[in-house]
Structures are given as structure tokens and as C-alpha cells.
Design a protein around this ligand. Structure first.
Ligand code: FAD
Ligand code: NAP
Length: 338
């Protein structure tokens, strides 16, 4: 096992924050992980599992061991005329898995194209985009329990998936390390193009015959045109979740802000576009020294280079305060703070 001491995490987080970890190592399978976890030096230290580092904000040095997930491999486990079970190592890049499925004609995750990060982190917050969430195709995952080093399987219902939520962010937080994820994908696609700008983009691209490849291409093109590329500008995607409020609260807001962007939910509540709420309070494009709010998307906080995670965290506090004051809504952070 190759463990580095006082390692900078700058290359390992898309926000581009330069904080150190006391120890750093990578693992490729459960055996290597067990060896690290049973070693007397690291056994009782705090642990931080890292995939692509695209959903974290480091606000201080990490006094513990960072475990970089490098479990690789994609394989078909089973199939019939309707479905195929595809198992992926947790360290596989999520978009590589999407491309594998699109190339093989396995439908269900094409709307989730180009989401940064690893397969193993996808269940953590039940990744979602363009009207599709991981939970709609999730079959099971295998995870190693830190306390016992035993590997346990979790079926869909056991993960308690919600909007950008799972049991691994709540009751089982910091208890399991995800090693693999198996998806149940469709051989016959059910296209989902109603969300956001997908149909307009397909038309612009001159697509005559719908396919999962065409949808994936459209999603990639929209994302590349709208979102800051972390290789150029440090960010972790949407910093906040979209808030959900009861109808009377929504109607109160609508009275003062008739253009508020909101979507009715089945339970009678309303999901409000957090980006719109923040933008309306004048935050979009705001820059303080080397960090700020992205000029095209107020949900995305950015590091232009050299910012401290604490400063970005303070900025998020100011945004939460201003949104609370304006609409009586407390925004929840989507990004994991360390
Ligand atoms: P990391 O940042 O490495 O980890 C995130 C959290 O999960 C940490 O708490 C970590 O400890 C934990 N974790 C990671 N791997 C494991 C594991 N194997 N076992 C246990 N715990 C683990 N998200 C969406 O849902 N939809 C989007 O459309 C989307 N768009 C984005 C666009 C951009 C430009 C960026 C930068 C981010 C976007 N995200 C989006 C957020 C992010 O890409 C996802 O949350 C992604 O799943 C994070 O993967 P990661 O490997 O980088 O996780
Ligand atoms: P958008 O299409 O401009 O839409 C703005 C917001 O309205 C989104 O947050 C989305 O909610 C919601 N929305 C749009 N159409 C909807 C519909 N038909 N029904 C219900 N809600 C609808 O958003 P965007 O910023 O360009 O992002 C596009 C997609 O990528 C979204 O799904 C977004 O969640 C995802 N994305 C996520 C991240 C992340 O880090 N989590 C970063 C970038 C993009 P939802 O967010 O609930 O979908």
C-alpha cells in the first residue's frame, strides 16, 4: 500500500481548493481497502472517500486519511430480451459508463451524460439531470462497511433515494464505502426529451430519428454551452438544492415575484428553481477577489483560482441569508462540506 503524507488535495477536487490531507492513498479492490482499514496507523483516523472530487468543498486541511476510489471494470451480469444488468466498479468515471451504455444501445442513463465524477458517488446523492434520476435504473450496489470490513449489498429500496439524497448521506453517513454499482437498463428505449432545452437542442441539431445517442449528444451540447468546465473554472456544479415549499408559501412568493420559476409536485408542494431565487437577489456574476457566483448560472459558485474554501463557504452563507430574508426559504447545500 502506497500512502502519501501531507498530500495536497488540489488535483483531487474540481473546486480547485488547495488543502492538505494528513494521509492519502488509493485502492483498487476490497482487499486493498481492508488492508488500509486494519492498519494500526489509520484504523482510528477519520476517513474521506474520494471519487472525482466534483461534489465537495474543502474548508480546512483533512486530519485523517483520504481514500481515492480506483475500483475499475464494467461488465454485463445478465440480460434478457427486455433488460440488461450492467455492473460497474465504483472508480469508473460516470460519463465513461454512460458512453459504454450508449454505444451498446443500453437505455436509461443517456440524460445523465457528462455529469462529472465517479460511478461510486452517483448513489450518494442519487444524481439527476434533465428529468432522470439514478434511482430509475439502479439495481443494487456493493459497499464495504468501515467498522467491520464486511461487504454488503443494497437493493434500490434500501438506499432510500430522494431528491439529491440517499441513506448514505443520512443514517449511514460515513459508514460505507461503495465498491460497485449495478444498473438495470432497457434494451428498448423510452425517450425522455420533455425536460429543459433537450427538444429544442435536438431540433437545432437537425435530428430526424430519435435515439439514445442523439439525446446524449444533445445533453452534452447543452451542458458544454451552459456550465463552467471545472478544468477552466473551479466549481462543484449546483451549490444548493432546489427548495420545495407548500402551495401557500409558493403563492405568497408569486404575489411579490410573479415570474418565479416553480414546478408543481405530485404531493401538492412546489419545487422552486433555486438559481432563479438567487439571481433575483442580484447574486449572478458577483465576484469577490478570486471567487464568486457564475455569470450564467446563479446556482454555481466558482473559484477563478487561488480562493480558500472558507471564503466560498462564507459566500454561500451570505446567499442563504439573503434568500431567507427575501422569500423565507432556507436553502440547503448540495455540495458536501469538509
Ligand atoms: P466526490 O466529490 O468525490 O464525493 C462526493 C461525496 O460522496 C463525498 O462525501 C464522498 O466522500 C462521497 N463518496 C464518493 N465516492 C464514494 C464511495 N465510493 N463510497 C462512499 N462515499 C463516496 N450532480 C448531479 O446530480 N446532477 C448534475 O447534473 C450534476 N452536474 C454537475 C456539473 C458540474 C460542472 C459539476 C462540477 C458537478 C455536477 N454535479 C451534478 C455534482 C457531481 O458531479 C455529482 O454529485 C457526482 O456524483 C460526484 O461524484 P464524485 O466522484 O466527484 O464525488
Ligand atoms: P434548467 O434546465 O435551466 O432548469 C432550471 C431548474 O428548473 C432546474 O433546477 C430544474 O430542476 C428545473 N426544471 C427545468 N425543467 C423542469 C421540468 N420540466 N420539470 C421540473 N423541473 C424542471 O437547469 P440547468 O441549470 O441548465 O440544469 C439542467 C439539468 O442539469 C437540471 O436537471 C439540473 O438539476 C442538472 N444539473 C445539476 C447540477 C448539479 O450539480 N446538481 C449541475 C448542473 C446541472 P432539477 O434541478 O430538479 O432538474
Amino acid at each position: 500500500m502506497n500512502v502519501h503524507k501531507n498530500q495536497s488535495l488540489l488535483p483531487y477536487n474540481t473546486f480547485g481548493i488547495d488543502e492538505e490531507t494528513q494521509y492519502f492513498t488509493a485502492f483498487q479492490n476490497a482487499e486493498e481497502l481492508r488492508n488500509i482499514l486494519s492498519d494500526a496507523t489509520y484504523k482510528d483516523l477519520p476517513k474521506l472517500v474520494l471519487g472525482g472530487g466534483s461534489n465537495i468543498l474543502l474548508t480546512q486541511s483533512f486530519e485523517g486519511i483520504v481514500l481515492k476510489n480506483e475500483v475499475s471494470g464494467i461488465e454485463v451480469m445478465d440480460e434478457d430480451e427486455k433488460y440488461v444488468l450492467v455492473k460497474s466498479g465504483a472508480g469508473v468515471v460516470w460519463h465513461d459508463l454512460v458512453m459504454y451504455c450508449v454505444d451498446h444501445g443500453y437505455a436509461g442513463i443517456e440524460n445523465l451524460s457528462l455529469i462529472p465524477g465517479s460511478v461510486g458517488a452517483a448513489p450518494m446523492q442519487n444524481i439527476g439531470a434533465y428529468g432522470v434520476e439514478l434511482k430509475s435504473v439502479f439495481h443494487e450496489l456493493e459497499a464495504l462497511e468501515i467498522a467491520t470490513s464486511n461487504v454488503r449489498a443494497f437493493k434500490n429500496a434500501e438506499c432510500d433515494f430522494g431528491y439529491r439524497e440517499s441513506v448514505f448521506k443520512k443514517e449511514l453517513k460515513n459508514q460505507f464505502i461503495i465498491l460497485s454499482v449495478t444498473l438495470k437498463l432497457h434494451k428498448k428505449p423510452a425517450f425522455n426529451t420533455s425536460y429543459g432545452a433537450i427538444s429544442a437542442k435536438l431540433e437545432e441539431m437537425g435530428i430526424k430519428e430519435l435515439s439514445i445517442k442523439a439525446i446524449s449528444d444533445a445533453v452534452i451540447a447543452i451542458r458544454q454551452s451552459k456550465l463552467p468546465d471545472p478544468k477552466q473554472i473551479g466549481n462543484a456544479g449546483s451549490f444548493f438544492k432546489n427548495p420545495v415549499v407548500p402551495e401557500d408559501h409558493y403563492l405568497n412568493i408569486k404575489e411579490e415575484y410573479p415570474n418565479v420559476v416553480a414546478y408543481p409536485l405530485e404531493n401538492g408542494h412546489y419545487k422552486l428553481a433555486a438559481g432563479w431565487l438567487i439571481d433575483r437577489q442580484g447574486w449572478k456574476g458577483k465576484t469577490i477577489d478570486q471567487y464568486g457566483v457564475h455569470k450564467n448560472q446563479a446556482l454555481v459558485l466558482v473559484n477563478y483560482g487561488g480562493a480558500a474554501g472558507r471564503d466560498i463557504f462564507e459566500l454561500s452563507e451570505s446567499i442563504i441569508y439573503s434568500v431567507k430574508k427575501a422569500y423565507n426559504i432556507t436553502l440547503q447545500r448540495e455540495v458536501n462540506i469538509y
